[in-house]
Design a protein around this ligand. Structure first.
Ligand code: MOS
Length: 705
């Protein structure tokens, strides 16, 4: 039969999602549940002097109101994937606008919401610092993140730059952005006989369990976190967060199940955001376009609580061959909620300035932007001259240019027109480091020959619930219809959170190993064919035959450098009088090793490209510096691309089997699509208009020159 892996298969969870059969955390119904609503602080930095609960506690249906005065103390949390750097309701100190000051629990959601509005909080306001760009000199160097070094340098970057004939140096800005998954974060906490079950919208059941265990001083074995379907996460649901602690605490104190669903507005202060950056890029080159130095200095917004660092320069070294190189990172702490990872953190933010700077260099040299990239093609990872595990970026450039019609590009900006529109072509490179983590899975088969795949990893909408089934079906020689799936539960074999584009490589490899183990066990009974599997299970006198699989990346200092790559080309149209850029066409060609399911893979890349349209043209959370709060906490004031903003998208892959990355041959994919595209669009805007904007999102006022 044809192999199932690598086939175009529609998402197996699609019908449940579009018919409403899929149950999300907030849909979970249990008897006797109470509803909790957070009262958020209205000041970014203050002391709470009094909380008047008179009116609120008399409101209909109110069961209890928690404040810092009556909330038990949480234990210290050291789990890495935790944003609970300030556990909620522990003292009278306000460190960010939106920080919980009270939790109202009532019989219904409406009653809790109404009572929450009647909580009167008095503050002693303190001076605050929320304005990232004012006072950039108050930033501090950051040299590591998650225990990994951030800064890299080699050669003589300053001297090479000074001596170079051709030099580019400029500062760039990216904006504060918020995740806006369709499903806001939600938790239902249930206690039974000293055991906690959390039905939660999370990308990482294992990490949530461990955060709760520390916060509530409980054996992790007494906690189960279940998260069946997720309506988008994008990093907002990756980390342990204050509202999860509140729900679990309230349910324990009140001896009732407690459901807590964040409002859209609250989700602008409850689970972080992508912080604004100011980045400086300096490039020098010879007249032939060969780089002689590349410097990238990042300053990102941070918070006084937590240590999140937008490591925007982390992947820059993998872009181009250059004899001299330097990256530095700085963070400016602010009186804000801690920022956090958001789809394509790091490189998704950092490649914007670097890839705009490359376009500026090409323009200065009078060179085609694609030819400049090819001139500086990195055959090996330039940081240590280690080989890449596999790299087909050259093929991506060639195929992308062909599909896009890049050779039709006029060299000069503002030279291509169609009717009232100025037309621009821009391109950029994408690179994405491979994060890989330990994972476990179990694959079993019953007497009817049906297979079940189980792993604690997640499908956050990218297609893993299809791909996991494909992997098992492929190994066992079955059709995908013969495979069932259970994921997203801490009671299942432990996998790492679904994030960092790691999960196909990590949990996918564990599923692969488990399926191979099961196939061997079946073969030992003489069953080598799917038709014989069921009888083989019965002959062993068991109901199910199972095999466990574990996978972890090899610790090897000589290992190759593992990156995914892409080449992305954008066409932009700008009306000659009304300068609102429209993205009419994008071609993306990607190299992520072997593609396990081209349909779900393309879908992820299209989604990423749409994020890039948001990054380049629409998304920015403005900070009201007088009040110390984000101005627009809704989708009316915070613009994300809608269908009318999205032109034609053409995604394809250059495939190859990367045996270093994973036994499946696959590398990281998910976040690759939202990398590079922001710069490609900005470069296309320059090509259309002749106006260079170094501040994304590019707004019409930038183009009213
Ligand atoms: Mo992603 S930002 O690792 O969910």
């Amino acid at each position: 039969m044809t192999r199932v892996l690598g086939q175009e298969i529609s998402r197996r969870d699609g019908p449940a999602k579009v018919t409403g059969a899929a149950r999300y955390a907030a849909d979970t119904r249990v008897a006797h549940a109470a509803y909790a609503v957070i009262v958020p602080a209205t000041r970014p930095r203050a002391r709470v002097t009094a909380i008047d609960l008179d009116e609120a506690s008399k409101a209909a249906g109110v069961i209890h109101i928690f404040t810092h005065e009556n909330t038990p103390k949480f234990g210290k949390i050291t789990v890495v994937l935790a944003d609970v750097s300030l556990p909620p309701l522990q003292d009278d100190t306000i460190r960010y606008e939106g920080q919980p000051v009270a939790l109202v629990v009532a019989e219904t959601l409406e009653q809790a919401t109404a009572a929450a509005r009647r909580v009167r909080v008095s503050y002693l306001a303190e001076p605050f610092d929320v304005d990232f760009l004012a006072g950039l000199d108050r930033s501090e160097p950051v040299s590591e993140f998650f225990g990994l070094p951030l800064d890299t340098s080699w050669g003589e970057p300053e001297a090479s730059w000074r001596e170079a004939e051709i030099r580019i140096e400029a500062s760039y800005q990216t904006a504060d952005r918020h995740h806006n998954p369709i499903e806001t974060a939600a938790t239902l906490a249930l206690w039974e006989d000293g055991r906690l079950t959390l039905h939660d919208a999370t990308q990482g059941v294992t990490e949530q369990r461990d955060v709760l265990a520390q916060a509530l001083d409980l054996d992790p074995a007494r906690i189960r976190v279940s998260s069946g379907f997720i309506g988008g996460g994008f990093g907002a649901k990756l980390w342990g967060l204050p509202h999860q602690l509140l729900a679990a605490m309230a349910a324990r104190e009140l001896a009732r199940p407690v459901k807590l669903v964040l409002t859209r507005a609250q989700s602008y202060t409850a689970h972080g955001y992508q912080p604004a950056t100011r980045q400086r890029v300096a490039l020098s080159a010879g007249p032939d376009g060969r780089l002689t130095s590349l410097r990238h200095d990042v300053t990102a917004a941070g918070a006084f609580i937590g240590d999140y660092m937008e490591a925007a320069g982390w992947d820059t070294h993998a872009l181009y061959a250059t004899p001299s190189f330097r990256i530095t990172h700085r963070r400016r702490r602010l009186d804000r909620m801690s920022p956090t990872s958001m789809r394509s953190p790091f490189g998704g933010v950092g490649l914007v300035p670097v890839e705009i700077a490359m376009d500026e260099l090409a323009h200065r040299l009078g060179m085609d932007p694609l030819a400049l990239r090819l001139r500086n093609y990195a055959e090996v990872d330039p940081s240590g001259e280690r080989p890449f595990s596999s790299k087909k970026l050259r093929e991506c450039y060639e195929e992308g240019a062909r599909r896009f019609g890049w050779t039709n590009r006029a060299a000069a900006p503002r030279a291509m027109r169609e009717g009232r529109d100025l037309v621009g072509y821009g391109m950029a490179t994408a690179v994405l480091r491979a994060f890989r983590f330990p994972a476990a899975a179990r694959v079993s088969i019953d007497r009817s020959g049906r297979v079940l795949v189980e792993t604690g990893a997640h499908d956050v909408g990218q297609g893993l619930s299809t791909v996991f089934r494909q992997i098992a079906a492929d190994v066992l020689g079955l059709a995908i219809e013969g495979v069932d799936l259970s994921i997203g539960d801490s009671a299942l074999p432990t996998s790492t959170f679904t994030g960092g584009s790691s999960t196909s490589m990590s949990a996918g490899s564990a599923v692969h190993r488990a399926a191979e183990g099961l196939r061997r066990r079946l073969a030992e009974t003489g069953a080598n064919d799917p038709d014989a599997y069921g009888a083989a299970v019965a002959s062993l006198g068991v109901e199910r035959l199972a095999a466990d699989g574990e996978w972890a990346p090899a610790e090897d200092a000589d290992a190759p450098s593992i990156f995914s790559f892409g080449a992305v080309f954008a066409e932009v149209r700008v009306d000659r009088d009304i300068p609102i850029p429209r993205v009419s066409r994008v071609v993306g060609v990607y190299d992520a090793g072997r593609i396990l399911n081209p349909r779900t893979a393309r879908s992820q890349m299209s989604g990423g490209i749409i994020w890039g349209i948001g990054q380049a043209l629409l998304e920015h959370s403005d900070m009201d510096v007088r009040l110390g709060r984000f101005l627009s906490k809704n989708l009316a004031g915070y613009l994300v691309p809608v269908n009318a903003d999205v032109g034609e998208i053409d995604v394809s892959f250059v495939e190859n089997f990367d045996h270093h990355a994973s036994p499946l041959g696959a590398r990281g994919l998910g976040e690759l699509g939202a990398i590079g595209i922001g710069a490609a669009i900005a470069n296309a805007v320059f090509h259309a208009t002749g106006i260079r904007v170094r501040d994304v999102p590019i707004r019409p006022e930038h183009l009213l020159a």
